[in-house]
Each structure stands twice: as C-alpha cells, then as structure tokens.
Design a protein around this ligand. Structure first.
Ligand SMILES: CC(=O)N[C@H]1[C@@H](OP(=O)(O)OP(=O)(O)OC[C@H]2O[C@@H](n3ccc(=O)[nH]c3=O)[C@H](O)[C@@H]2O)O[C@H](CO)[C@@H](O)[C@@H]1O[C@H](C)C(=O)N[C@@H](C)C(=O)N[C@H](CCC(=O)O)C(=O)O
Ligand SMILES: Nc1ncnc2c1ncn2[C@@H]1O[C@H](COP(=O)(O)OP(=O)(O)OP(=O)(O)O)[C@@H](O)[C@H]1O
Length: 534
C-alpha cells in the first residue's frame, strides 16, 4: 500500500459551470454560499486537490471528506459536492458553491465524467475482473495491444500508466474522481487503449461509473474479500454487475470454474466463453499446451474456426488461462486474427514481465516471488512450480491481519499440500496480533509444534502429506518477522530447491499496528541470496 498522494491528471481541461452541473444531475446548490463557479477537474481527497477542482466530500468509514474541505479550498478547489451531513459540517464559512446530493458516491463517476468531457469514450477499454489473474491478464492485454501498434494505458494493483507517465498504484481500481482524471490525462497523452483491473470493491463503490467497457473479462472466482462482501453470493453478484449493459458492451468469461459458468449465464451482455480444460466446450478453447521456455505454448481456437498458436513466458497452467483471456478479449474487441497472430509472433508471445507475479530472482536455488495471497492462488503457485523443481519446494507466506480470517487455516493446509518445507510468517498484520494470525494459519497445517527454522534448534514440526505421487514428510516452521523467514528459507535451500515467497508480490510497505514499514520481498530475497553467495 502506498500513501494516497500521487495521481496522474490532465494538464488542461475545459471549464464547466457548477450551475450547469446542478441542472444536469438535478441537484441543489446550498443557499448562503456563492451560487456558481467554474470547475475543470474533480478530486475526492483534499491531498490531491488542485486549483479549479470540484472537491467531492464523501462520507466514509473513517472520516467525512467535508472535514478536509477547507484544506481542499485552500489548495484551489472552486466548488464542493457533498451530502446533507457534509453540508452541515461545512455550514460555517464555505467560500465556494456547495452542491448537495443524497448519495454523492453514487453519482461521483458520472459527475467526474461530465466535468472532464467523458474521457473514456475516446479509448478502446478492456476491463478485467475475477479473484485471481486480473493484474497478470491486464499486463498481457497491454503487451498485445502495444504489439498491435496502439499506445496503451494501464490501471491496476501494481502501477498506473498513461503514455510515459507511470506511478505506483494506491488501489487496484482508483476512486472515481481519480479514475476520470486519469482517463482525461490519457486522452492528452494520445493513449488509444486501456487495460484495466476492475475490483469487486470498485464495482460496489461506483468507482467505474462513467465507463462502459468495450470488452469485459472474467478470470475466476474463489474465496476472498468476504469480510467486505459478506458471503459468496454477494461477492458473485458484485462481479456480475460488470457484465451488464451499464458497464460493458461485450464480455469474455473463463468457464474453467463453476462460477464462470454461472457468470456466463447471468451476463446481460453478449459474452463469449473461454476454457482451458481439455474436452470442455466453449466459444474459445485452449488446446495443445506444451512447455515453452519458462512458460507454455498453446493453441486458441474459436468455434467458428479462427485459430492461432502463441505462448506465455509465465509458468503454470493458470497463466495459460490469463494469456488466453487477454488474446480472446482483444479478438472479441474486433481485432483481426491475422493481425493478432503477426503481432504476437513479433512480440515473443504474451511475454510481459509482471512485477511480483511469478517473478524469478535466482535459479540455483530457484527463488520466486509471487503475489499468491489466498488459498487457491497459493495452491496453484505451488502446483505450477512443482514439475520443474528437482529438489525440495519451500514456501514462505503468512495471512493478512484484520482481513478474512476464515481463509487462514485453508492457506496453511494448502501450503502443506503443495510444499516440502513450509515457513509460516507475517503478511500485513494491520491491527491484529501477528502471533495470533500465524497460529490460525498453523492450525491448518496440522502442526502444533513448528520448528523455528534455525539450524540446530531441534527437530522441526513435521506432518505427513499425501498426494498422487505418494506421501511426503513436510517440515513446518514458524519464523517472524518476515524478512527473517525469507532469509532463513533461502539460506537453508539446496541448489536444486525452489523457494516460493508468496503473498506480497510487488508490495513495498508492511503495515503493523498503523505504522508503515518498508518491506519488499524481492529486496529481502536478493539480500539473502547475496549472503548465501558470501
Ligand atoms: C472499503 C474501502 O474500499 N474503503 C475505501 C474508501 O474508504 P472510506 O469510504 O471509508 O473513506 P474514509 O477513509 O473514511 O474517508 C472518507 C473520505 O474522506 C477523504 N479523505 C480522507 C482522509 C484525508 O486525509 N483526506 C480526505 O480527503 C477520502 O478520500 C474519502 O473520500 O475510500 C478511501 C479513499 O479512497 C479508500 O482509501 C478506502 O480503501 C481502503 C483503504 C481499502 O483498503 N480498500 C481496499 C479494500 C480496496 O478497495 N481494494 C480493492 C482491491 C481488492 C482486491 O481485489 O484485492 C481495490 O480496488 O483496491
Ligand atoms: N488465472 C489464475 N487463476 C488462479 N490463480 C491465479 C491466476 N492468475 C494468477 N494467479 C495467482 O494469483 C496471484 C495474483 O495474480 P494477479 O496479481 O494477476 O491477480 P489479481 O486478480 O490482480 O490479484 P489481486 O486482486 O489480489 O491484486 C498470482 O501471484 C498467482 O499466484
């Protein structure tokens, strides 16, 4: 997580009158303040407000934006949009027009799009949702679109790009005001295509209002974020909202899991289905998957006979699914299959490097940093690395504090199922006791007396795990803090071993009890590798 201070915004926009905005959205301007003003952009956080902005003061779980309105006005905001509570908080001394709406969050995306002249309309837009694979798929989409000769914009968990402008992302999907400002910047930067992650939080919070995606894509659905959505059905319903006419024109839905089947049935827009499962029927099918470099080659065929063969450089079957989804989305967007085939041939297939996603830092031992931070992703990452690990497969991971505690034991069980050596450590503890989180993860490993990872510290806790190839004895350690766990695992590994450092990927800040600490798994892993060399 990074602090919410950086955003890409347009340099020049056309001024719009607040009185016109009020008419367009049927809103009232509060009496007692100036009745009109010109606005050129929109901000919903005072820390990014600039001269000419409409400051939208939203009620939140931690604060009301109206508390920061005076500062936003001090920074040059020329009008405020808020709710009745916000208007009360502002009542004393606002020097700018105050527009009042029942639910400003619900109209923010449309208002911001109106102020900025509907910037999404000038872009070919691709939005990807699902529990896992959004970042990877959007990077492969962007890679392919660039190979086709378009200037691409990218929005997602890792980074945000408009032309040559690149910033680290704060959220997977930005707040509506930031998003529309970013799209307006893309218009200035002559960006033609947008590859974007659409999180379920964003759909629930109206962050993508003001965009109708040209093509929406669905990866998969597994347990995550139930602390926010309550239950699986509501999580599903939130994601399904992307496949409605208000949000997208057409879609591609991966139907490898039953939730994909349901998503395709629930879609209210034309969707093409996609599968990577052998023998399964779908509009787009993946066949003939074969090892290729560090990843896989595969054939993608439509039921109308269109077909192409290409490859992904990322390991694991699920990265074939991500790559195939990216290609199918571009084809469903109207690109000609011959152009796509040629572009992929020239671009070395779907070969975009995705920061912190199956990122290989060393080969002997092989050290891989991956963002897998839920049960399904952890299982799949380990399964993807198993066939090419000739020695032992070790995993370093933890579960996030204050988030979805139900998944912790399942993650512990998945680690024992997939690895030979398990190091349970901390992720982002937030305000929860890290030791308690580790204990809940360990409960799923079946080991109550874990080792400490230290040489000579006695017998580590072990447990028997069985799979198709027989039974294995799995070592389970509990090592904290996280940097120590990474170092311990890498120092203990043999040259034929693989160490998977899972859960944090590209992240550089670990939050413990409200304090941000610098922690980058890749930096820690490289330091341990250097210590090993020494
Ligand atoms: C549940 C949720 O998503 N909450 C988001 C929401 O919080 P909130 O409505 O409670 O806002 P608040 O912090 O009380 O602040 C109220 C208002 O005052 C403003 N404010 C606040 C403080 C300040 O100094 N100045 C200021 O202007 C805020 O911008 C906001 O408009 O609006 C805030 C401002 O944008 C977000 O920071 C916050 O994200 C929280 C931190 C978060 O962690 N969200 C995650 C869960 C999230 O959205 N994740 C998904 C990806 C999930 C995934 O697939 O992995 C994402 O799209 O990133
Ligand atoms: N198609 C997939 N199916 C299952 N797991 C996947 C898939 N693609 C990636 N993963 C796993 O999920 C992790 C996260 O991948 P990625 O960042 O692409 O997904 P995401 O949807 O953007 O995740 P998040 O919303 O949490 O940021 C990867 O590190 C990998 O372990």
């Amino acid at each position: 997580m990074t602090s919410p201070i950086d955003r890409i915004r347009p340099a020049a926009t056309t001024a719009r009158q607040v009185s016109d905005l009020a008419v367009a959205f049927g809103l009232t301007i509060a009496p007692g303040q100036p009745a009109d003003a010109a606005v050129t952009c929109v901000a919903s956080d005072n820390r990014v407000a600039q001269p000419g902005d409409l400051f939208v003061a939203l009620p939140g779980a931690r604060a009301h934006g109206a508390q920061f309105a005076a500062d936003a006005v001090g920074r040059g905001a020329t009008a405020i949009l808020t709710d009745a509570r916000g208007a009360e908080l502002l009542a004393v001394g606002s020097t700018v027009p105050v527009i009042v709406a029942d639910d400003p969050r619900a109209i923010l995306g449309s208002v911001a799009a109106w102020v900025l002249g509907n910037p999404a309309e000038g872009l070919m837009t691709f939005g990807v949702t699902g529990t896992n694979g959004k970042t990877t798929t959007t990077y492969q989409l962007d890679h392919l679109l660039r190979a086709l000769g378009w200037t691409g914009g990218l929005i997602g968990t890792v980074e945000t790009r408009s032309g040559d402008r690149v910033i680290a992302s704060t959220l997977t999907t930005p707040e509506a005001a930031d998003l529309q400002a970013l799209l307006a910047a893309m218009r200035e930067d002559h960006v033609r295509t947008l590859s974007m992650e659409v999180s379920s939080h964003a759909l629930a919070q109206h962050r993508v209002d003001g965009i109708v995606f040209g093509v929406a894509g669905f990866t998969n659905l597994t347990q995550d974020h139930l602390d926010f959505h309550g239950d699986f059905e509501s999580y599903f319903a939130t994601k399904a909202d992307l496949f409605t006419p208000a949000r997208a024109r057409r879609g591609v839905v991966t139907v490898d899991d039953p939730w994909g089947e349901r998503m395709a049935e629930a879609a209210q827009i034309p969707v093409a289905t996609l599968t990577t499962l052998p023998g399964k029927a779908a509009d787009w099918v993946v066949t003939d998957v074969a090892p290729h470099g560090t990843g896989s080659a595969f054939t993608l065929t439509h039921r109308d006979g269109r077909t192409l063969r290409t490859s992904t450089s990322l390991p694991g079957g699920y990265n074939v699914a991500n790559a195939a989804l990216a290609v199918a989305m571009v084809l469903e967007g109207g690109s000609d299959i011959r152009d796509v085939t040629d572009a992929l041939a020239a671009a070395d297939g779907l070969s975009a490097t995705v920061p912190g996603r199956m990122e290989v830092l060393a080969t002997a031992p092989r050290v891989v940093v991956d963002f897998a931070h839920n049960t399904e992703a952890l299982e799949l990452s380990l399964a993807a690395l198993r066939p090419t690990t000739t020695g032992r497969l070790a995993v370093v991971f933890g579960a996030t504090g204050d988030r979805d505690p139900g998944k912790r034991p399942f993650m512990g069980a998945a680690a024992v199922h997939g690895a030979d050596v398990v190091y349970v450590t901390d992720d982002d503890p937030h305000d929860e006791d890290p030791g308690k989180v580790r204990t809940e993860v360990l409960a799923g490993t079946g080991v109550t007396d874990p080792g400490t990872g230290a040489p000579g510290s006695g017998t580590p806790g072990t447990v028997e795990a069985a799979d198709d190839s027989g039974s294995r004895t799995v070592e389970v350690h509990e090592v904290a803090p996280r940097a120590d766990a990474i170092r311990t695992a890498i120092l203990a590994a043999g040259p034929d071993d693989t160490v998977l450092v899972a859960g944090r990927g590209h992240e550089t800040i670990q939050e413990i009890a409200g304090v941000d600490h610098e922690l980058d798994d890749r930096v820690e892993a490289r330091a341990a590798l250097a210590a090993r060399g020494a």
